[in-house]
Design a protein around this ligand. Structure first.
Ligand SMILES: Cc1cc2nc3c(=O)[nH]c(=O)nc-3n(C[C@H](O)[C@H](O)[C@H](O)COP(=O)(O)OP(=O)(O)OC[C@H]3O[C@@H](n4cnc5c(N)ncnc54)[C@H](O)[C@@H]3O)c2cc1C
Length: 235
């Protein structure tokens, strides 16, 4: 994988190391004074979650939905090992008062021509992420539990992203709000026991990196589960 490249770097250097479909440094939008480009995996979550669901079911997993637990001990007694991946829900479910809800609002717009994502972490947070059938414009990061989209925030996101891309503001297909489960002390990935004696492995608090960290954390969950419950049947 080529390393990051600065915007004004000699194009011939970047081009030599570049994959065929990655943008040359000259394609970094003019709205940015400087920037980097790099090749990284990009997940289209609309497809990825369907893929994971199908894979889980094919392995014999069952999903019960809707489901709301007030206490972890409410998990059916037929299960002697519980993996807690409740995200921000762990704040009340564990309970873990150190969990913070970092609200993120995005706007879904029609597919754009860019072959690559643009991300700017400087305030205001800004990203435009092309997907198979549409594009995600973002974003926000604020301490809030409010899951309802704010139209003025959507308008601001559309204006900022369009300015960065140098394009006409697109129409809004949908507005989405998610709550990043942030934990200042880091992810909680540890084994414990419920009041009724059953084994539990906690795996929550991934903040804005839950997709990125998911496979590594899942491997640690399996190792922990095997260590506390050697008879457990985890692939
Ligand atoms: C705008 C935005 C952009 C993001 N961008 C990225 C990114 O670029 N890369 C990245 O890696 N991550 C990103 N994230 C973060 C990522 O989405 C989260 O870290 C991840 O979804 C957390 O996964 P999780 O399974 O721990 O929790 P969740 O996805 O929140 O799942 C928790 C599940 O537990 C269930 N649950 C909770 N409480 C209860 C209860 N009491 N009873 C029963 N069920 C319960 C919920 O219904 C839900 O199904 C982003 C998040 C947002 C909001």
């Amino acid at each position: 994988m080529p390393g990051p490249h600065r915007r004004n770097r000699n194009p011939s250097v970047g081009d030599a190391a570049r994959r065929p479909n990655s943008p040359p440094a000259s394609e970094i939008p003019d709205a940015f004074a400087n920037g980097f480009r790099l090749d990284v995996p990009l997940t289209d979550t609309t497809r990825y979650l369907d893929y994971l669901t199908a894979r889980f079911r094919a392995a014999g997993g069952e999903i019960e939905s809707p489901l709301h637990l007030d206490r972890l001990e409410e998990v059916s007694p037929e299960f002697d090992l519980i993996i807690n991946c409740a995200g921000i829900g762990a704040k009340s479910l564990v309970p873990d008062p150190s969990l913070e809800s970092h609200r993120g609002q995005v706007v879904i717009v029609p597919k754009i021509q860019n072959r690559y994502a643009i991300v700017c972490d400087d305030p205001p947070l800004l990203y435009a992420i092309p997907r198979s059938h549409d594009c995600v414009f973002g974003g926000t990061n604020e301490l809030s539990h409010d899951r309802s989209p704010d139209p003025s925030t959507s308008a601001r996101i559309i204006a900022e992203c369009s300015r960065a891309l140098g394009s006409i503001p697109p129409k809004i297909l949908a507005e989405r709000v998610g709550l990043r489960p942030f934990r200042a002390a880091g992810i909680c990935l540890e084994a414990d026991r419920l009041a009724d004696g059953r084994f539990i492995v906690h795996n929550y608090g991934h903040g804005g990196s839950g997709f990125t960290l998911s496979w590594g954390c899942a491997q640690e969950v399996i190792a922990l589960a095997r260590s506390i419950s050697p008879g457990c049947n985890l692939a």
